[in-house]
Design a protein around this ligand. Structure first.
Ligand SMILES: C[S@@+](CC[C@H](N)C(=O)[O-])C[C@H]1O[C@@H](n2cnc3c(N)ncnc32)[C@H](O)[C@@H]1O
Length: 244
């Protein structure tokens, strides 16, 4: 690793060690936490937030689709979509943090089908139902995560898919490890829960899930639990005309 990369890591780690500020509303706390690390956000999170590319693959994003990401951060999912992004009818990237959205806007330059929107994931709705909606390591940072899930499900077309990748408390996790991870992440405003995955499944039970663990940068030997989820909204029931 170069001296510049080590310096960038040190700045991110210092921010994380300081934790998320406790003053101001949710949007103000996000901005205060992320603004000083926005320029180095992508490089560090590449080693921290696993499974994001796989989630995009599992969503099977294709030609003509309308796609929404809630809690998009810097919009790096556009890079993971690659050429698939150009095939979409529209991609709407939604987040509450202006510092990260500024980077998402730079990334979206030249993509005529991409819109970057400053809004709350628990309330914002697209103008028409969408084919895909996903949250990548955002649910754990949204205080009213139940509202965010209900909002995401509510914007799906029949047959549409909701994807989530995030850290969590696995049902099989020991009490000590679960308590450690809960406290470690909460310092930075990331609230792990054992209820996220069951709630997703209760909304859209026709789903693929996988629970895993990943090493974290600078925490050798420790593996944080995360999951992937892709749920499908039921197709609209076909109306059957009955001959009389
Ligand atoms: C850990 S970052 C993940 C960003 C991006 N999805 C990624 O994979 O790199 C969590 C994101 O959720 C956003 N966020 C938190 N609460 C939000 C809310 N209520 N509405 C919209 N975005 C929110 C934060 O601003 C932040 O960009």
């Amino acid at each position: 690793m170069s001296a510049a990369e080590t310096g960038a890591d040190a700045r991110i780690l210092w921010r994380m060690a300081c934790g998320q500020p406790r003053h101001g509303d949710h949007a103000a706390r996000l901005q205060a936490f992320y603004a000083p690390q926005a320029a180095h956000y992508d490089a560090f999170r590449e080693r921290l937030l696993r499974g994001r590319g796989e989630l995009i693959d599992k969503l099977e994003i294709g030609k003509g689709m309308r796609v929404v990401e809630l809690g998009c951060g810097t919009g790096s999912s556009l890079d993971r979509m690659g050429p698939r992004a150009q095939l979409c009818a529209s991609i709407q990237l939604v987040d509450l943090c202006p510092a990260l959205l500024a980077i998402a806007r730079q990334r979206a330059t030249g993509h005529n089908n991409v819109e970057v929107i400053e809004a709350d994931a628990t309330r914002w709705q697209p103008p028409a139902p969408v084919d895909r909606v996903f949250l990548s390591y955002a649910l754990t940072m949204i205080p009213d995560w139940e509202a965010a899930i209900a909002n995401a499900v509510g914007m799906l077309k029949p047959g549409g898919r909701l994807g989530v990748v995030d850290f969590h408390i696995p049902s099989s996790g020991g009490a000590f490890a679960s308590g450690f991870w809960r406290r470690w992440f909460a310092h930075d405003g990331v609230h792990l829960s054992a209820a996220h995955l069951p709630t997703l499944l209760s909304h859209l039970p026709d789903a693929w899930t996988d629970e895993r663990r990943t090493p974290l940068p600078y925490l050798s030997g420790l593996q944080a639990p995360y999951y992937l989820y892709v749920g499908r909204r039921a197709e609209a029931a076909k109306s059957v005309s009955v001959a009389r």
